[in-house]
Design a protein around this ligand. Structure first.
Ligand code: PGA
Length: 258
């Protein structure tokens, strides 16, 4: 982290977990133990049907609610889909885009790019995900693969909008497996992402953008991961479903930075 130049963001990704009633229950417990300090931004990205309950429960707090997907089109005949302006009207501040679980369902880099542009258009903060498979890591093409995902995902994002984008590096082999990347492995890739942003935009923008790590981040390994200079927060799956664990990760972000 580097609080001097950029925000630290601790974001939960609930995936397909919790009903609206369970959301209400979680939020009550979470609010009761939520740290008062403001050392990081806090986001909870929840299933679409849970958004109203989450927004209602967190109204008087600084926790931003987010969605886990968005359709790139503004409106129209897209049965079952949700447009970016609907998320804003429902009270969302964030949206996860291009999670590897969605890419596995067929989402392409071009889709990710269109969704990032749609989110920025309405003022949502896109949390754009990238990450390599174990095969790609073992073949030594992690940096190239990630650079390609970042370049394609950010196409057409203007100089004045790039700072609104949050990037999440999530090695696919670390998601939900309990196999966290080491702080060194995660730092290496997050640093390389910042270099890609520097080349695409400028040093100032690269310095200002928040890059998160995700993949089995939990209350035990968060401190060490967040201590890395280019890891500006976390995108947390499993551990964000338990209020105590999520709070401990938020607390781990309360550490001295350069
Ligand atoms: P995990 O998920 O923390 O359960 O590994 C992270 C994610 O997929 O965002």
């Amino acid at each position: 982290m580097n609080r001097k130049y950029r925000k630290t963001v601790i974001a939960g990704n609930w995936k397909m977990n919790k009903t609206p009633s369970e959301t209400k229950e979680f939020m009550t417990q979470f609010k009761a133990i939520m740290p008062k300090g403001r050392w990081c931004d806090i986001a909870l990205c929840v299933p679409a049907v849970c958004i109203p309950a989450a927004v209602r429960a967190m109204r008087e707090t600084r926790v931003g609610i987010g969605a886990e997907n968005v359709n790139a089109n503004a409106s129209g005949a897209y049965t079952g889909e949700i447009a970016a302006n609907m998320l804003v009207d429902a009270g969302c501040k964030y949206v996860i885009i291009g999670h590897s679980e969605r890419r596995a369902m067929g989402e392409t880099d071009a889709d990710v790019n269109a969704k990032v542009l749609a989110a920025l258009e309405v003022g949502l903060v896109p949390i754009m995900c990238c990450g390599e498979t174990l095969e790609q890591r073992e073949a030594g093409i992690t940096a190239e693969h990630i650079a390609m995902q970042i370049k394609l995902g950010l196409q057409g994002v203007s100089e004045d909008k790039i700072r609104k984008v949050v990037i999440a590096y999530e090695p696919i082999w670390a998601i939900g497996t309990g196999k966290t990347a080491t702080p060194e492995q995660a730092e290496e890739v997050c640093e390389s992402i910042r270099t890609v942003v520097r080349k695409l935009y400028s040093s100032k923008n690269a310095r200002a953008i928040s890059i998160l790590y995700g993949g089995s981040m939990n209350e035990k390994n968060a401190y060490e991961l967040l201590a890395q200079p280019d890891i500006d927060g976390g995108l947390i799956g499993g551990a964000s479903l338990v209020p105590e664990k999520f709070v401990q990760i938020i607390e781990a972000a309360n550490q001295p930075t350069v």
